[in-house]
Design a protein around this ligand. Structure first.
Ligand code: OGA
Ligand code: MN
Length: 299
């Protein structure tokens, strides 16, 4: 039986059914999934019974995998495989993280609009988040369509921002929450990296904004002006008409295209309910400036 693709919104999110991703995939099913992913930037696969290995094996069909940022921290004990980002609220002992736990505070950055790994020279292409356990209320994830948001910009703004380069650092988004407790190794690993503000997607040919709360500066622009422009673009891109909110069910795998979306986690009672969410992340093919043919000096 062939897979089914059912739009959730006209052009942004779709649900893919009649496929079990934890076993070898037929080539035509993979091709249909990839075609749907190029058209929609968010795909929901309900009822997937992954273990960590099968989740990673499915992700590898899309490219090479990232290693979790927590690995840069020598004093952190990983609960999961190093290719999985542990974005829930459980510690290495599978107990709920306490309110002042460093991993919990750090993961609060996921509540800000962002795209994964734009703070890395080679940022993420797609993320694949699997729900192992969820709270009964709250804890949804919202996604914003940065292609539609770009298309809706006034022509004058499109002209103004074309060719701009922003500086992204995970320390910028964490600083917005007052989180500045970074080790020397982390500071070295998280130095700001340049990313284009506007990009053309190589597969669909569509234009997209590329913004995130990790972005703090724009090359050649005063910081105050850059911050105001970035804030305005995020506010524009996260208007209701560009946003899909996903209410999780256990077993959902949601995959999103980090090149042209932002997302954020929503609040829930994280001292009361366990939320076990595991993310495999696939790297993009080249740094964004390189993809857009911009020569950018290292800083
Ligand atoms: C992520 C993320 C938000 C959430 O997995 O990259 O930001 O709702 N998750 O868990
Ligand atoms: Mn994220």
């Amino acid at each position: 039986m062939a897979i089914t693709v059912q739009p959730i919104t006209p052009t942004f999110a779709a649900e893919v059914g009649d496929v079990a991703l934890d076993r070898p995939l037929a080539a035509e099913d993979l091709a249909a999934i990839r075609a749907a992913f190029t058209r929609y930037a968010v795909l929901v696969f309900p009822d997937q019974s992954f273990d960590d290995d099968s989740q990673l094996a499915f992700a590898r069909h899309f490219g090479s995998l990232e290693t979790t940022v927590f690995k840069a921290r020598k004093d952190h004990k990983l609960r999961l495989h190093e290719n999985l980002a542990d974005v829930g609220n459980l510690g290495a002992d599978n107990r709920i993280l306490e309110t002042n736990d460093r991993q919990r505070l750090y993961n609060l950055g996921n509540r800000l609009w962002h795209t994964d790994s734009s703070f890395k020279h080679l940022p993420a292409y797609c993320s694949m988040l699997h729900a192992r356990s969820i709270p009964p209320i709250g804890g949804q994830t919202e996604f914003a369509d940065l292609r539609a948001a770009y298309d809706a910009l006034p022509e004058a703004t499109k002209r103004r921002i074309a060719g701009m380069v922003a500086e992204h650092s995970i320390m910028t988004s964490r600083a917005k929450l007052g989180f500045t407790d970074f080790s020397g190794d982390e500071r070295a690993a998280f130095k700001p990296v340049p990313q284009v503000l506007v990009r053309r997607l190589q597969d669909s040919g569509r234009m997209s904004l590329y913004i995130a709360s990790h972005a703090g500066a724009i090359r050649g622009m005063a910081d105050a002006e850059a911050r105001r422009l970035l804030d305005e673009l995020v506010a524009h891109a996260t208007q209701r008409q560009f946003v899909y909110g996903h209410r999780w069910r256990v077993g959902d795998l949601v995959i999103w295209d980090n090149r042209c979306t932002m997302h954020r986690g929503m609040d829930f009672d994280d001292q009361r309910y366990a939320r076990d969410m595991r993310r495999a992340t696939v790297s993009d093919v080249a740094p964004t400036c390189e993809q857009m043919g911009l020569a950018v000096a290292a800083e």
